[in-house]
Design a protein around this ligand. Sequence first.
Ligand code: SF4
Length: 351
Amino acid sequence: MPEAAEARTAVGIKALGQDELLWLVESLDQPAYRANQLVRWLYGRRATSFDEMTDLPVKLRETLEERFAIPRPTLVERQVSEVDETRKYLWRLADGVEVESVGLPANGRLTVCFSTQAGCAMRCSFCATGRSGFVRDLFCGEMTDQVALVGEDFGTRVSNAVAMGQGEPFANYDAVLEGLRIMNSPLGLGIGARHLTVSTCGLTSGIRRFADEPEQFTLAVSLHSAVQATRDHLMPGVRAVALPVLRRSLDDYALKTGRRPTLEYALIDGVNDTDEELEALVGFCRGLLCHVNLIPANPVPGTGVTRATAERVREFERVLDRSWIETSVREERGTDIDAACGQLRQRRVAD
Ligand code: SF4
């Protein structure tokens, strides 16, 4: 097993991706299919001890027991929206770090929004997570566990999972991809690839890599402005990404995959909801295979962000529609428990 992977075993076996589990079993002179058995036990069957893995040889179980823990996030707090049935969770990971996830049930389906990092280094001005700073990257198993545990709490199968909680997924690319693969695997959570979405603030190197992945995972990009100065102000972490470069990477992505990326646009009163901003957005999207998701910005104390009026949201939708740009307006969910976009930040009710 590579040294880097060995170092991560300190936080348990779920720090290892599927390839690393394969290296592990091979290093223990076991056949390759043992790695699949491990994935099924750890994620599909949610085993909490190696003892339960009855189709593994006793000797192997003992060796694994000596070397690895099987960590599982512990629930610190759960809040349930009184407006809709959204639930927000605060989990404590094996090393004491805390992260949040959100469960969004609708029409018999369950979508889980999971975190990919504890905190975030991107410092988006409208986001609570960005204000609390970066703590660490999450491991693939820590992401998969969030999704599985929310499903367990709702007592239902998770139909969709979105990497849209705390963190910039492409800043933790390899672990996120491993997490998605375990969620997608029939041995793991069995969620269809198209129902697994990564939402990035536009790291173009990640978008280019993502386009080359064999699975049909879905891409969403937080655009929030097609005017460079406004975007730089809202999203200082991607200041180095010029809009024409971002646009080119999206063009290439659409061309290569044939899939339509979603562009998220949180409408903030007086900042990115002006006529000039609307014109720039239409210009950015013209000729690009994309879907624009307009989000009435969520209030986050201390950010000074005020939601655009319903009239401006409708105007953006009208003009984009008229320009033949596929558009939708995101329904508000979980705002009363700070579970909506941009509101996650490891905060407890009592804080
Ligand atoms: S919006 Fe996303 S990328 Fe930006 S600071 Fe918040 S968590 Fe990080």
